[in-house]
Design a protein around this ligand. Sequence first.
Ligand code: KIV
Ligand code: ZN
Length: 509
Amino acid sequence: MIKIFDTTLRDGEQSPGCSMSFDEKIEVAKQLEKLKVDVIEAGFAAASIGDFNSIREIANQVRNCTVASLARALPADIERAYEAVKGAANPRIHTFIATSDLHMKYKLKMSREAVIQHTQSMVKYAKQFCNDIEFSAEDASRSDPMFLYRVIEEAIKMGATTINIPDTVGYTTPDEFYELISNIRYYVKNADAVTLSVHCHNDLGLAVANSLAAVRAGATQVECTINGIGERAGNAALEEIVMAINTRSGHYNQMTHIDTKEIIKTSHLVSKVTGTRVQHNKAIVGENAFAHESGIHQHGMLANPMTYEIMTPESIGLTTNSLVLGKHSGKHALEDRIKSLGYQLTDAKLNEVFNGFKALADKKKTIYERDIEALIQAKSAFDETAYTLASFVINSGNIITSTCQIGLKREGQIYDSVAHGHGPVDAAFKAIEKIIGTSYELDDYTIQSVTEGEDAQGEAMVKIKVDSETYTGYGLSTDIIEASIKAYLSAINKIIQNSEVEESERKWA
Ligand code: KIV
Ligand code: ZN
């Protein structure tokens, strides 16, 4: 059995443009639990108060996965990591130190002997808090193998239960990594008594291939992220590793605990909360991954799906995207369909989705399952203190300056303003900024249709940068200007909410 260690919330989240709010991290962790990953690396507790709080909450809420926090090999980091995960059903401290000459000389400024001593003392230190200790040798793939074996052996002696071999800079190749893992198993005493993990980055596009080569060499845990998000070119993609092991079970002779039917939902959720769209031709979860356009392929598929399909769309939880309900469908019918899509909603959320569905049915002829999913995943207005859209009027054209008149509602009061801009979206954003009293730096803005058809819902995504933080907002509507306004407001509401949390943290600190 291969353990799946998901680091979407740590290595994924720490990469630029992928940050998530507290609530989003909890939502992702709960979905990872449904996906049945073995370990959730929930964050890096010593990095910030926000990270610490979200790890602690995930540790308290998730019951069926091990919850880990990353920690440098430093007493303060290890203590903080344990504080954050101690409420988990199965807590893990994941500590690391670099072992390549390059990292030891220029980053750590430590000798080989000092790194060995540090490994011994820090694994021992962590072990007094928690039995489940993972030790990572950062930049392992570029380390002197003989030295690496010594470090790993010491970590095992001191009680590490998982040893992780990262290809930190995505430098290794499948045959080379296969050899490294085989040699670790051969040369390191007790290597087979612990979980042997790999953690591959994708700088050369080899992260999944390297992880799978390691599995063939005897690795028993793979570290990966949903949609392959992560530092630089990302980490190994969970969905690709799992589906390769499943689809080619005869070759790998291995299994995972993953409920593959949850893959597409998890992919959509991570894409949504991070604001990183999945490329259309991405393996497994890309929009075209199961699309057969060419006539020859379609003909073969009709005769026998196995001609061109090595796995079924249903196996990753994709539905047929069929017409579901119409204007006259009632709440029970909608509830049934939502349940069959695998969602359990509270009464309040069901009401909200039902109202959205009715409004949509007035505007759109054909409602698909993906439309319903988009309504479910659309964020509720935060609370009374959030700004919501009350009204807008746009005047735009190719021979006039665009103007937007907008009304926003907050705490029962309506605020109006008018602004000009380069096009209707720019005018609308400027009108919003006039009301808020701040102008923002727009980092990214995209709009795409949820389904096909001229009356399809448009889903707008906006990223705003404030200091070094990125805030992502989404908006959904059959009118793309309205979708854009909603997306801008949802990102602004997150900024306001975050500054209120930071303010109260400052008061209590
Ligand atoms: O890439 C890496 O080396 C890491 C370690 C901290 C596990 O993320
Ligand atoms: Zn990494």
